[in-house]
Ligand binder design. Structure first.
Ligand code: ADP
Ligand code: MG
Length: 229
């Protein structure tokens, strides 16, 4: 009976998820439909404007669908040796402009040497991007985000710490739930997808946070043993 209960629980989770996805996709579809109707009756100049809105909404649908692909293809088909320090630098470079605009300083405490793990580079990029972006969004009046990397035994540990708005215990519990967001334009998919990617990579993630103090995300991944490779 326990098995049956577990299955029922799983199914209801799938149902909730499906309802969430349907909702997220139906919103942009409704917008697209409206603008296509407008397009049919509008002048040349306004047509361009409407077309841009339609393209943006199509991108949104594409994004949501591709976020869920990490669940559809969880296996390590495209794993290679990845240098996490290089990946972190490229993600930080990408976010530098947005951070500066918001008075956020990105502090790199990343060693010179290479730290190799097995993984899919683009997925790892996505994880770091999601978490550092959340840090920037947690600093509405500016502040700093420390990105620190060190080895601990056979693990590579990456700490991402902001001194932003922080979270209550109840908020922390909800992290990783699909569609959980406290932001007006958030989608609440970033951490769910990141947790799944980290799990696929045999990694770990932990969170420490305090309201109005800041948040620390600590990630770890098994290092490639330099003696065996
Ligand atoms: P989104 O960013 O679209 O809201 P995420 O899954 O990335 O979705 O994050 C979910 C929620 O977790 C955020 O809306 C926010 O409430 C909380 N959160 C995540 N990272 C932080 C952080 N560094 N500081 C404070 N809150 C955070
Ligand atoms: Mg996010």
């Amino acid at each position: 009976t326990e098995e049956i209960l577990r299955k029922a629980e799983k199914l209801s989770l799938v149902g909730e998820l499906a309802a969430g996805i349907a909702h997220e996709i139906r919103n942009p579809l409704t917008t697209i439909k409206g603008f296509v109707q407008l397009l049919r009756k509008s002048h040349e100049e306004t047509k361009l404007l409407y077309a841009d809105t339609i393209l943006e909404e199509i991108d949104r649908i594409n994004f949501i669908v591709s976020e869920f692909m990490v669940f559809a293809r969880p296996h390590a088909n495209y794993y290679t040796e990845c240098n996490v320090c290089d990946i972190l630098h490229s993600v930080i470079n990408l976010l530098e402009a947005e951070a500066a605009l918001k008075d956020v300083i990105l502090m790199r405490e990343i060693p010179q040497k290479s730290s190799m793990i097995r993984g899919e580079k683009n997925q790892l990029k996505q994880v770091f991007l999601n978490i550092i972006k959340n840090g920037i969004e947690a600093l509405p009046h500016g502040g700093h985000i420390k990105i620190h990397v060190h080895d601990y035994q056979s693990e590579l540990v990456i700490s991402i710490q902001d001194n932003g708005i922080g979270m209550s215990k109840d908020q922390i519990k909800k992290l990783g739930e699909p569609f959980y967001t406290t932001k007006p334009y958030g989608n609440g998919l970033g951490l769910m997808v990141s947790y799944k990617i980290i799990q696929n990579h045999h990694g770990n993630i932990s969170v420490k946070s305090e309201k109005n103090q800041g948040t620390l995300f600590q990630l770890s991944f098994p290092l490639i043993d330099s003696r065996s490779s």
